[in-house]
Ligand binder design. Structure first.
Ligand code: SF4
Length: 464
């Protein structure tokens, strides 16, 4: 799956030794959720310091920049390019001084009433420094007449709509908030400091916890705010929970299909296990004879293992992925696209030649990448190629914090499955059903998910 990008990763560390370094490692582990820019704000109890720039986490930060980000609390952000614009002003955290002191914010998601709120704020005299919907929150908090920051944040949250996993850092406290639908993930973990004291982490994915040795506690609930206070005290307690909204959970099902790292726990479940189950369900729905099952690496690997296990057809790593692809220096033409795929994926001709193969990928967006993959497999001598997709056809864009192409660009929105098969050049093409996808999620029962990119059932209250 390409061209369907999670816009951001967020992390917050509270009451932990070298908090900015822990944020750095957490952002590094969540690099897949945003590669265009990265930033960290930290507080030493008296002052918030921020450093952000464009590029990968390892490029943005070095020992010197991290040394300047002192203190026991910090928040961080990885950003994908099209949220806002490509300037440093549109990187996060957003930092501001206001009447109660200093504040930094990171946000994963998309505020659906952002334009309206921004227009009102501008008419009221606000001056904006970025194109980010998140900046609205700074103004709403600054304008609130409440005396406590927690009340000002609640005030501001009550005026925004949309998908959000937000973390706020003041000089002495941290706040984590999830929208009432819980569209974007946010988990809470516990850190044990070298002196035995306790700290906390909140992050988009639990792979961040694993890297820094934190222990998963639970998810931040939809509609909940966690308040972290008491830093620098040996007796720090569990964060205080405030229910801002009644929960109406509709977490993003696409996290399981593609976005999240397979080693993460998202919405309380391990992603790898679910992807493997998607492959099992796919094999139950689409049974054919073939010589081998091959994943499109890396996103199709777990589903291909599941498909192979259920069908009894041998699994082979017939395509090898080069993880070190940088920029391509040719014009953006059709052949550039071919080069881009070839730079990343190389089939092993010795395995594929003369064989009938099932290729497993997680989804199809524009269809151009699938077409190139089929082409290089034919060039490698495949006799027959069946492309099986471990999710339903993506027929509609996302408005809840995922960067997606326009509907006109989504091949499955505009063509029949047979037309798509013909375009990509596969011998057959099949998709997992929505029910099959739901069956893959353990204990899903009556649990509702956002699946609007598959069925166009958008959340009624969140129309732009
Ligand atoms: S529309 Fe799709 S990608 Fe967006 S939140 Fe819903 S399920 Fe996730």
């Amino acid at each position: 799956m390409k061209d369907w990008n999670e816009k951001c990763a967020v992390v917050g560390i509270y009451n932990a030794y070298n908090a900015s370094i822990l944020s750095y490692y957490s952002l590094f582990s969540m690099q897949h959720r945003g590669q265009e820019a990265s930033g960290i704000s930290s507080s030493n109890g008296e002052k918030i310091s921020t450093y952000k720039n464009s590029g990968l986490v390892t490029k943005v930060f070095d020992e010197n920049t991290l040394k300047k980000l002192q203190g026991n609390s910090s928040i961080g952000h990885n950003r994908y390019s099209t949220a806002g614009e490509d300037s440093i002003d549109d990187c996060q955290p957003i930092f501001a001084k206001y009447s109660l002191g200093e504040l930094a914010i990171v946000h994963n998601g998309n505020l659906t009433n952002a334009k309206k709120v921004r227009k009102n704020l501008i008419e009221d005299g606000a001056i904006f420094q970025s194109h980010l919907d998140t900046e609205n929150l700074i103004h709403l908090i600054a304008k609130s007449h409440k005396h406590q920051l927690v009340d000002r944040i609640t005030d501001a949250i009550n005026q925004i709509e949309g998908a959000y996993a937000l973390i706020f850092l003041s000089r002495t406290k941290m706040f984590a908030v999830r929208d009432k639908y819980g569209l974007r993930p946010l988990s809470l973990g516990k850190i044990t400091n070298p002196d035995g004291s306790v700290g906390y982490i909140v992050a988009s994915e639990t792979c961040a916890f694993d890297l820094i040795g934190a222990e998963y506690v639970r998810d931040v609930e939809p509609g909940e705010m966690l308040v972290f206070e008491g830093a620098y005290s040996k007796h720090i307690t569990m964060p205080k929970s405030i229910k801002i909204f009644a929960a109406n959970p509709k977490p993003c099902i696409f996290e399981y299909v593609y976005f999240a790292r397979p080693d993460s726990k998202v919405f309380g479940r391990n992603v790898y296990e679910i992807r493997k189950k998607m492959g099992i369900e796919l094999a139950k729905e689409h049974k054919i004879k073939a010589d081998m099952v091959i994943p499109v690496p890396d996103s199709g690997v777990a589903a291909a293992i599941g498909y192979s296990r259920e069908s009894g057809i041998p699994f082979e790593l017939g395509i090898i992925r080069n993880h070190y692809v940088g920029r391509t220096f040719i014009e953006p033409t059709q052949s550039a696209r071919e080069l881009k795929v070839k730079l990343k994926l190389n089939p092993i001709a010795e395995i594929i030649e003369g064989k009938e193969i099932i290729i497993i990928d997680d989804s199809i967006v524009r269809g151009t990448t699938s077409k190139q993959i089929i082409k290089i497999l034919r060039q490698a001598g495949a006799k027959k190629i069946h492309l099986f997709i471990s999710s339903p056809p993506t027929i509609s864009p996302c408005y809840y914090g995922v960067d997606t192409p326009d509907k006109s660009q989504l091949i499955c929105a505009n063509h029949s499955i047979e037309e798509v098969r013909d375009f990509i050049g596969a011998d057959s093409l099949a998709f997992l059903s929505l029910q099959g996808l739901k069956n893959s999620i353990q204990n899903a029962g009556e649990e509702k998910f956002c699946q609007a990119c598959f069925d166009e059932n958008y959340i009624e209250d969140l129309q732009e």
